[in-house]
Write a protein that binds this ligand. Structure first.
Ligand code: NAD
Ligand code: UDX
Length: 442
């Protein structure tokens, strides 16, 4: 059992802190957002993540998981025997205006740690940060310490997916640890021993780069299959079967070959952009990464093109039902959600929107207070000229499409996630467009 502090209780910090507690460690999670901490102390979670609430409750009840806003309590403990040996940084690194990762939260967290630390610690960086940030963090801590106290910085990039976060923590494909001092990385590896995953130890910058390269590669797979989907539409082939056929080749694999509305979320868009920015800053020309982003941006516009095509022209005064607001199923996260952009494009053309999502409606209300929300998918389609399926929630896979059709003004579906079978939906009398399904285009 080790004493650990986790700075930031967002998706990564809360999952990491909770799961480390579940591995038997004593974890104090800190956030500067007082409301988040007050709610967590009442058992109210700031995010929707399947299964997380129960693991939080179990570890809070066992006394292994605590929440605070007070840096000295988190880092030094309320008594010397509770002082944290490891301090994880898991604060946000959003895109700045120029596409660069904004390191302001990381800087402030590092300064706060430095100002209060009264004993040697290992600072473990879990935030996704540009290559070189580990060294920069060490410089900040050194400059802000009130007296010299030994510390190490270890990069431990996080690969969890929202919606699968606990599983991804407990059964990771690998754990990457980067440090200039191998001993520090090995100490962090000890924390994860019960997880029994492959552990890779590298230098700091290589660990940071592994994270960006992994996200960029997965985004590339998505843009690649979306480009193939466009070509399938032109030639009358079916991209779903193409992806399956490609996926049987072990060198390719089937994962991340679902054509659709393009990637969104809090990671791929900002991390691919930040990688391109890093490359350009150093005089490189990241052509492939640029194409990946361009293809992804086109996905949203092409979806609206399909709407216009099936509605016979302008969207002015057309009523469109949006099924799904979260950037993917099993999360309420709407950061860079494709639905937001599609809604804006429809509204810009004078169309009206009503929307439904099984879990993201509360978040939607905060981001877009004027968005008309409905209580279920059928209400969402009621009176609509068309429905666009944006998120592949299971609930939408099982819809009674005949009931939906009877409620709609005209039976038009744009299936931006290829959830339905084109022939079946057409047989029910819908005008239907999926993504890259040649059936519609032959
Ligand atoms: P988030 O926005 O959900 O949470 C960040 C939290 O940090 C917030 O609660 C915020 O109040 C808190 N915070 C900000 N500044 C602070 C400070 N100085 N001291 C204490 N707390 C502070 O972010 P997230 O989605 O958990 O992402 C965190 C990092 O992990 C990012 O770098 C992200 O790229 C990376 N990451 C995210 C995911 C994911 O699926 N969300 C996956 C892998 C990596
Ligand atoms: C991603 C990475 O997978 C994870 O390793 C990293 O830690 C954080 O970023 P996440 O953003 O939670 O995780 O979701 P993910 O399942 O990777 O999907 C990202 C986006 O790509 C979503 O918008 C999803 O709909 C889209 N996607 C995914 C596709 O369009 N097609 C696919 O085949 C797979």
């Amino acid at each position: 059992m080790k004493n650990i502090a986790v700075i930031g209780v967002g998706y990564v910090g809360l999952v990491t802190g909770t799961c480390l507690a579940d591995l038997g460690h004593r974890v104090v999670c800190l956030d500067v957002n007082e409301e988040r901490i007050t709610n967590l102390n009442k058992g109210i979670l700031p995010i929707y993540e399947p299964g997380l609430e129960e693991v939080v409750r179990r570890n809070v009840n066992a006394g292994r998981l605590l929440f605070t806003t007070h840096y000295p309590d988190a880092v030094n403990g309320t008594s010397p025997d509770l002082a944290a040996e490891y301090v994880f940084i898991a604060v946000g690194t959003p895109s700045a205006v120029d596409g660069k990762a904004d390191l302001d939260y990381v800087r402030r967290a590092a300064e706060s740690i430095a100002e209060v630390m009264d004993h040697p610690i290992i600072v473990v960086n879990k935030s996704t940060v540009p290559v070189g940030t580990g060294d920069w963090t060490a410089d900040i801590i050194k400059s802000k310490q009130t007296r010299p106290i030994k510390f190490n910085v270890v990069s431990n990039p996080e690969f969890l997916r929202e919606g699968n976060a606990i599983y991804d923590f407990m059964y990771p494909d690998r754990i990457v640890l980067g440090s200039l001092e191998r001993e520090a990385a090995e100490k962090v590896a000890q924390l994860y021993l019960p997880v029994r995953a492959t552990i890779m130890i590298t230098d700091l910058r290589t660990a940071e780069m592994i994270k960006y390269a992994s996200n960029a590669f997965l985004a590339t797979k998505i843009s690649f299959i979306n480009e193939i989907a466009n070509i399938c539409e032109a030639l009358g082939a079916d991209v779903k079967e193409v992806a399956t056929g490609m996926g049987y080749d072990k060198r390719i694999g089937r994962a991340f070959l679902d054509a659709g509305i393009g990637y969104g979320g809090s990671c791929f868009p900002k991390d691919v952009l930040a990688l391109a920015h890093m490359a350009k800053e150093r005089g490189r020309h990241p052509q492939l990464i640029q194409a990946v982003m361009d293809i992804n941006a086109d996905r949203r516009r092409q979806t609206v093109d399909k709407l216009r095509e099936l509605l016979g022209g302008a969207l002015q005064d057309k009523k469109i039902g949006i099924l799904g607001l979260a950037f993917k199923p099993n999360t309420d996260d709407m950061r860079d959600a494709p639905a937001l952009e599609v809604i804006e494009l429809i509204e810009a053309e004078g169309g009206r929107v009503q929307a439904y999502d099984p879990v993201a409606m509360q978040v939607a209300r905060q981001i877009k207070p004027n968005l008309e929300l409905t209580v279920n998918p059928y209400e969402c389609g009621a009176g609509c000229d068309a429905v666009v399926l944006m998120t592949e929630w299971n609930e939408f896979k099982q819809l009674d499409l005949r009931r939906l059709k009877n409620l709609m003004k005209s039976p038009v579906i744009i299936d931006a996630r290829n959830v339905y079978e084109p022939e079946q939906v057409a047989d029910m009398g819908f005008s239907y467009r999926g993504i890259g399904r040649g059936y519609n285009y032959r």
